[in-house]
Ligand binder design. Sequence first.
Ligand code: SF4
Ligand code: SF4
Length: 172
Amino acid sequence: MLRELAVGFETTLKNFFAPKVTIPYPEQKKPRAQGFRGLHELRRYANGLEMCVGCELCQVACPANAITVQAAENDPANPHSPGERYAYEYRIDLLRCIFCGLCEEACPTGALHLTQEFELSETSRKSLVYGRDRLVRAARSGGSVPVNVYPDFRGHRPLADIQASEQEVAGA
Ligand code: SF4
Ligand code: SF4
């Protein structure tokens, strides 16, 4: 009995002085892995036109039936995208999504991108169905039709950056 007590106290003392493995979330956030897949975004070209051309390939690729795309013809005088069509309606049901990334891989224009955002809690099921208004990022900045001008890849962080953050957390 005394032996078991001593072993218990020894374990407690050892862990009491050991470096902490927990972090004070949400003030401090653990770095995500480089390939982490979180909330989707629909990107724009540098001139503000949407990269999505409403081809619906992401909808077909999605194994969870989480994506709904309805395309419409672009008005040549005021196009939404450089293609003939654009996504008039675009919805992702995050309650169905399994964050597999197949939609991102299927997208021929690189419009769809899974960011590292993961804090997606809401108070209703309806608000977890994201529409174009919440998925399309960055303000329009110009007018002319682009020739394959891709914006900076903003989601995945370089490995060195992640390692530096991990060291920072470990040293805190
Ligand atoms: S990440 Fe996977 S499950 Fe989620 S919308 Fe894309 S294809 Fe569908
Ligand atoms: S996000 Fe990409 S794959 Fe989906 S409709 Fe738009 S262009 Fe097509």
